[in-house]
Design a protein around this ligand. Sequence first.
Ligand SMILES: Cc1ncc(COP(=O)(O)O)c(C=O)c1O
Length: 363
Amino acid sequence: MSRAYNFSAGPATLPLEVLQQVQADLVDYKGTGMSVMEMSHRGKDYDAIHNEAIANFKELCGLGDDYEVLFVQGGASLQFAMIPMNFLGAGQTADYANEGTWSGKALKEAKIVAALRGATVNTVANCAKDIPTRMPHDDEWKFSADAAYTHICTNETISGAQLKKIPAVNGVLIADMSSDILGIDRDFTKFDMFYAGAQKNLGPSGMAVVAMKKSLAEKGAANIPTMLQYRTFTENKSLYNTPPTFAIYVFGEVMKWVKKMGKANLFALNDAKAKKIYDVIDSTEFYRGTALPEFRSNMNVTFRLPSEELEAKFVADAKALGMSSLKGHRSVGGIRATIYNAFPMAGVDALVDFMKDFEKKNG
Ligand SMILES: Cc1ncc(COP(=O)(O)O)c(C=O)c1O
């Protein structure tokens, strides 16, 4: 068996132990005589998988009974649309931070809904196009007095900028945590709702994991199609229709793994992994970090080389050594090393050695 060091930003590296458990369970899950893929989503075997996955995620996030955890297909991108469809009514204002590509996409969807409904979207901070890339500084947030909700993204996967301090808002706070959920210490109870495309720190692609206060779901619009209403998910435990059962099962296995590793250990390991790469970047003029140091992500490390030709050679040479997907997002270029929870320290060590060697040969 040969496993690549896979620096992809998503779908991303999963814990090897989880993949092996999934392999062991694949054709006969715990003596049931069938794969999880083949089980009824109404049966007791699947029900146990579903409930345990939710319970472990809630425990890891420190959420009480006032929160529900939902599995919604359509990825984080459908959340961009569902949020305003549920919570932005006629005449209301929603506050959106524009911090980069992903929060910009969320903002765009909100504007579509606002135009249909006669509502307003207020940009509370705008640093999406700034180079070096960054998140808003404390004094840049310009919240409206009576927003229906405020939407932020905690980690911009493409730019490699991460919010270290969550701004205080008066009302409902909603966050896209797709690329740093359970990868950095956060007080999740500060958020009325947070969500993540599962394919980064949580499991395979195919769904968003959404946590929200029950009281918020109850306030959502009721005059939109059933599958777009959050209450359909909260009232039916995400089992109104057939959920992505296999993705939920693998998510559950990843949650067991996070519990076993220990959250605090993982956070420290993530910071240590990121620091090793940033230290190489800071030790030379050859590499240039893309994000302002105070906003550097511990999940997506972005940097540039002196030329695009050298960047292409860097990506190709690394690939030949078993390090894949180091090319920055197609919209921005450069290099991006994604090192989510399951990415091993040995892969970071291999990258760091390669970076030093590449500079010697090409600097
Ligand atoms: C921060 C962030 N938000 C949203 C998305 C979109 O996620 P999905 O592909 O699940 O719709 C991504 C995908 O990379 C992301 O990184």
